[in-house]
Design a protein around this ligand. Structure first.
Ligand code: NAD
Ligand code: HSE
Ligand code: NA
Length: 444
C-alpha cells in the first residue's frame, strides 16, 4: 500500500459499532484533533461497517459514515479497527487488511486465542502493525508491558481476574446476595458481557485471555485449547456464603504458570482467596493481573476490564501507536526464535493449594483417619477447621448423630495427587459427602 504523506490524512475504517465500536467512533469524530496531534499526522474516520444502518447506538454516528460493506471499507483504509467480535467475518477481514499492509487494531480475544499466531505471521510478512491491547483487561495496559517493558526479563507467572462480567456477578452475589441471573442481566445492560454471555460465564472468554497472556509471557504458540477451563455456573449462593463464613471470597482466576524445564500450565477456574488477598478487593467489572518476573519480582496491573468507554481507551492507544508506525514507514519485524520452547502441560501438572469441605461422622478417630488419607497421597495439610453445622434457624447443631462439617486447606499439592486424595476420601465410611473442592490462592 502507499504511505500517506504528511498532508494526506491516514484513513481509518471501523468495523462494528456496538458497546466498544460506538465509543471509538465518538472519539474519532469528536476528538479528531487530539488523535491527529498524538499521531503527528491528520487522521480521518472514513467509514463504520454495521449490520443495520438504522439501528440505535450508544452514540449517533454521522449517517454518511455508515456502511454495510465491510470488505470495501477494509480495502480503502490505511488502518482497520475490528470490533465485530467472533471468528468470522472478523478473521477474514483482518487477514484481508494485513495482506494489503493496512494496520489492524482489534479487541477480539476469541479470534486471537485461535488464530493469533497465524495473523501475527501475516502481519510480519507484510510489515503491517497488528495491535490488540483491548483484548485482555479492557482499559488496562497489560499486553504492551509484557511484550515490551518486560522483554529483558523472564516471566514465570501471570495470574489475574480477566473477565469483568463474571467478577461483577460474583461480587454482586457476595455483597448484595443478588441472584446469578439478575447480576448477569445487569452486566449485559452495562455492556460488559460478550454478545453470547455463555462465553463469559463458562470461562471461555477468560480462557482466551489466558492463552493470549501465556503466549506473550512465555513466547509460545498457545491457543485456547491449551487452557483448562471451568466457569462460574456451578458456583452457588451457598458456596459464596460458606466461603464468606470462613474468611474467603470466590473469584474466577486465569493463571498461566511456567514450571522450569517442563512447560506451562494454563488454567481458568473459580478460586478461593482470603479476604486479605489483593485480588479479593477487585470489585465489579474491574480486572487485575499479577505478573511475576525473575528480576522485576511481582507487578500488579489494575483497572476497568470491561465496558465500552474504558475499552475504547485501549483501542485508541493502539490506533495511535499503529498510525505512528505506518507514518514512519517502520516495518514490523518477524519475531525472533524463542529463547526456549515452553510446551503446554495438562492440568494434572498444576501445583496449587486446595480447600475441601466435607460432611463427616462426628466420632472418635475420624480426623486421624482423614489426615492419614492426605498423608498417604503426599498432600500436606495447612489448616483444618470444624465449624459445626448451622441449622436453618441459625443455631449450631450439637447432635453428634447429625455428623460434623470439616474444612481442610492443603499446602501446595499436585492436582493429580489431590484428585486421588478426594477419590479416596469419598470412599471412606466416615465421610458422608465431599461438598466442595476448590483451588485456593493464599499468596499472590
Ligand atoms: N464490551 C467490552 O467490555 C469489551 C472489552 C474488551 C474487548 N471487547 C471485544 O471487543 C469486540 C466488540 O465488543 P462489543 O462489546 O462492542 O460487542 P457488541 O456485540 O456490543 O458489538 C459488536 C457489533 O458488531 C456488529 N456486527 C457483528 N457482525 C457484524 C458484521 N458481519 N457486519 C457488521 N456488523 C457486525 C454487531 O451488530 C454489533 O453491533 C469483541 O471482540 C469483544 O470481545 C469487548
Ligand atoms: N466480556 C468481557 C469483555 C472484556 O473483555 C468481560 O466481561 O470481561
Ligand atoms: Na488491555
Amino acid at each position: 500500500m502507499t504511505m500517506a504523506s504528511a498532508a494526506e490524512p491516514l484513513t481509518i475504517g471501523l468495523l462494528g459499532a456496538g458497546s466498544v465500536g460506538a465509543q471509538v467512533a465518538r472519539t474519532l469524530v469528536e476528538e479528531r484533533d487530539l488523535i491527529s496531534a498524538r499521531v503527528g499526522a491528520p487522521v480521518r474516520l472514513i467509514g463504520v461497517a454495521v449490520r443495520d444502518v438504522e439501528a440505535p447506538r450508544d452514540w449517533r454516528i454521522p449517517g454518511e459514515l455508515l456502511t454495510t460493506d465491510a470488505e470495501s471499507l477494509v480495502d480503502q483504509a490505511d488502518l482497520v479497527i475490528e470490533l465485530l467480535g467472533g471468528l468470522e467475518p472478523a478473521g477474514a477481514l483482518i487477514d484481508r487488511a494485513l495482506r494489503r499492509g493496512a494496520g489492524v487494531v482489534t479487541g477480539n480475544k476469541a479470534l486471537l486465542a485461535v488464530r493469533g499466531g497465524e495473523l501475527a505471521a501475516t502481519a510480519a510478512e507484510t510489515g503491517a502493525p497488528l495491535h490488540f491491547e483491548a483484548s485482555v483487561g479492557g482499559a488496562i495496559p497489560i499486553l504492551r508491558p509484557i511484550q515490551e517493558s518486560l522483554s529483558g526479563d523472564r516471566i514465570t507467572k501471570v495470574m489475574g481476574i480477566v473477565n469483568g462480567t463474571t467478577n461483577y456477578i460474583l461480587d454482586q452475589m457476595d455483597t448484595t446476595g443478588a441472584a446469578f441471573e439478575d447480576a448477569l442481566s445487569e452486566a449485559q445492560r452495562l455492556g460488559y458481557a460478550e454478545a453470547d454471555p455463555t462465553a463469559d460465564v463458562e470461562g471461555h472468554d477468560a480462557a482466551a485471555k489466558a492463552a493470549i497472556l501465556g503466549a506473550l509471557a512465555f513466547h509460545a504458540p498457545f491457543t485456547i485449547d491449551d487452557v483448562h477451563c471451568e466457569g462460574i455456573t456451578a458456583v452457588t449462593g451457598a458456596d459464596i456464603e460458606a466461603a464468606a463464613a470462613s474468611g474467603y471470597v470466590i473469584k474466577l482466576l486465569a493463571i498461566a504458570e511456567k514450571f522450569d524445564g517442563e512447560g506451562a500450565v494454563l488454567r481458568v477456574h473459580p478460586t478461593l482467596l482470603p479476604r486479605t488477598h489483593p485480588l479479593a478487593s477487585v470489585r465489579g467489572a474491574f480486572n487485575a493481573v499479577f505478573v511475576v518476573a525473575e528480576n522485576a519480582g511481582e507487578l500488579m496491573f489494575y483497572g476497568q476490564g470491561a465496558g465500552g468507554v474504558p475499552t475504547s481507551s485501549a483501542v485508541l492507544g493502539d490506533l495511535v501507536s499503529a498510525a505512528r508506525l505506518l507514518r514512519q514507514g517502520t516495518t514490523v519485524l518477524e519475531p525472533s526464535e524463542p529463547a526456549e520452547i515452553v510446551p503446554a502441560l495438562p492440568i494434572e501438572k498444576a501445583r496449587t493449594q486446595y480447600y475441601i469441605d466435607m460432611e463427616v461422622a462426628d466420632e472418635e478417630g475420624v480426623i486421624a483417619e482423614i489426615a492419614r488419607v492426605f498423608a498417604d497421597h503426599h498432600v500436606s495439610i495447612e489448616a483444618m477447621r470444624q465449624p459445626g453445622i448451622v441449622s436453618v434457624d441459625g443455631e449450631v447443631d450439637t447432635d453428634h448423630d447429625n455428623g460434623a462439617v470439616l474444612q481442610v486447606v492443603t499446602h501446595p499439592a499436585q492436582e493429580k495427587s489431590l484428585a486421588e486424595t478426594v477419590a479416596t476420601l469419598k470412599a471412606l465410611e466416615v465421610v458422608r459427602a465431599v461438598t466442595s473442592v476448590l483451588r485456593v490462592e493464599i499468596e499472590q
